[in-house]
Design a protein around this ligand. Structure first.
Ligand code: AKB
Length: 339
């Protein structure tokens, strides 16, 4: 029997990466090769066919990866998130754009070599949106994929441009001159703020939600860096991983967009704090807004319209607000910090 095909995960050591790795390992459909700046912790290594510690900007390393493995699927998760990106926009551009370009080029070459399209999955973000005012945010809470595409962060600009790059590589790469028998098959999801019970995110601006929850579960006070009215869409991590895998498996012919919104639930920071207090009544949460970070959150939509993902590839979240907290987040963080 032929061995399972190879899937490459970049940024495997990050929040989505670790959850995705565990899920792929359970399913056993792929031999997983990982690439991350930092070595994977010991417990994840047996889940991988091979692990590489290195930089996606290292083209020599990417060439080596491509030479050693017939990569059929790329999950390109490595990125510098929105807050970190504003602290160092040049670095954000390098990692988020140049790194993605290198990887798309590699996936393109693999597609030509294998004679079939490598599927390239990119987690994009609600950061691609730039809603101009709070009035506009209130008037249009559920934003469609083609609205408000004027991001105010380097990270948002990078993600939006990478969506275009993916579409270009899939449909138009080298359309003049060289012949192309197989282009890569690009698919992207614009994720809301993700909340995981296993990891605390770092460098993002939707981080206030998960930070609040993890602080409360550890009995630590938390100063929220946005005001109580700041509202964002959120999603539980298992749904995010399921979204990636469902989009991966979708029929190419059914996909009408290169990049899709996916929604689950929308919460203000106050509502998030109230939910947390419902389960951890002693949680000491205060609001001490940081103007720059609060402005970023204000520019992101309150919620997303995911009609197209539902219609094209059957997207539907398992975890609505109640289930996310009652059945996943709270029991899992409790047991995590009880250990
Ligand atoms: C961030 O806050 O930068 C990310 C995102 C919304 O993409 N979590």
């Amino acid at each position: 029997m032929a061995p399972p095909p190879v899937a490459l995960i970049t940024g495997a050591n990050g929040e989505i990466g670790r959850s995705l790795l565990e899920r792929l390992h359970q399913e056993g459909r792929y031999r997983v090769v990982t690439l991350d700046l930092t070595p994977l912790p010991e417990r994840f290594r047996p889940m991988c066919h091979e692990t590489y510690a290195g930089n996606i900007l290292d083209r020599y390393l990417l060439d080596q990866l491509a030479a050693h493995h017939e990569i059929e699927v790329v999950f390109h998760l490595a990125a510098l998130l929105s807050t970190r990106g504003e602290r160092d926009p040049d670095l954000a551009h390098q990692i988020n754009v140049e790194g993605t370009l290198h990887l798309m080029r590699m996936a393109q070459q693999q597609s030509s070599r294998l004679g079939r399209p490598v599927r390239f999955i990119l987690p994009s973000s609600i950061a691609v949106y730039g809603v101009p005012t709070l009035d506009a945010k209130a008037a249009q809470p559920r934003v469609r994929e083609d609205q408000f595409l004027e991001p105010i962060t380097m990270y948002g600009c990078n993600k939006l441009y990478c969506e275009h790059l993916g579409r270009y590589f899939m449909r138009h790469y080298r359309s003049v001159g060289a012949s192309n028998n197989a282009r890569l098959d690009f698919r992207a999801i614009r994720f809301p703020g993700l909340v995981s019970a296993d990891t605390v995110p770092s460098g993002g601006t939707s981080d206030f939600g998960p930070e609040m929850l993890h602080a409360a579960a550890q009995g630590r006070p938390y100063q929220c860096f946005v005001g109580p009215d700041a509202r964002l869409p959120f999603m539980a991590m298992p749904d995010a991983v399921r979204a990636l895998l469902t989009l991966l498996d979708a029929d190419r012919g059914a996909l009408s967009l290169p990049s899709y919104n996916v929604g689950a639930f929308s919460l203000s920071a106050q509502e998030f704090a109230d939910r947390v207090r419902r389960h951890f009544p002693d949680a000491a949460i205060t609001f001490e807004p940081d103007a720059a970070r609060a402005r970023i959150v204000d520019s992101w939509p309150a919620d997303v319209d995911d009609t197209q993902a539902r219609a094209d590839w059957g997207w539907s979240p398992i975890y609505d607000l109640d289930r996310a907290f009652d059945e996943y987040l709270v029991p899992a963080v409790r047991s995590r910090y009880a250990r």
